[in-house]
Design a protein around this ligand. Sequence first.
Ligand code: PRP
Ligand code: URA
Length: 207
Amino acid sequence: MAFTELKHPLIIDKLTRMRKIETSSKDFRQNLNEIAQLMVYEIFRDIKLVPIQIQTPMVETTGYTVDKPIVLVPILRAGIGMLDGIQTLIPTAKVAHIGLYRDEETLEIHQYFAKKTENIQDSYVIIVDPMLATGGSAIKAIDIVKSWGVKEIKFVCLVAVEYGIDRVLEKHADVEIYAASKDKELNEKGYIVPGLGDAGDRIFGTK
Ligand code: PRP
Ligand code: URA
């Protein structure tokens, strides 16, 4: 459907901190969670509400609630780094998991895990992963979520490049993609430039 770059001064400031090579894993994770939270706040600005009758301590009145459950789907590993921030904002969100990794030589995507939530087909699904590079992981994750019967899918990442965005939208034109930044290019190893390096390794301190 569309690609949106969510530019906000606080997001740009936090992303700059994450890009710096000297940023520790702890600060990297903290800024990642804070950005994810700010992005989701903005993304749900237009979410549909339905009226419900409630009783306050004073009177009966009409309140409003989100019309469908929300399910978050982090792509393991790096997507896990965005969960805490989003769950602070939407504590009732359930979490389904998809495990994927890119072969570092061939950039081919390998699936090693997938666990959905009950009745996921009736939910808003937000797939989260900090990086959209060649788009292979995003395409695979969306394939899996669609095979679960889900109709409304948003893909939320921090850094994306045009090549990957175009590939995802070619295959899945009905999905909305959001990024904090559209970066310049991919290098010959499939890494985003300027980017922020290997997100999973920086979150989990594995390199
Ligand atoms: C990274 C990243 C995305 C993927 C993006 O994961 O978190 O899932 O690469 O690249 P693509 O758009 O070219 O598919 P990686 O495979 O390194 O696994 P990890 O999260 O376990 O580190
Ligand atoms: N995966 C990452 O973690 N970083 C990139 O730049 C590209 C893919």
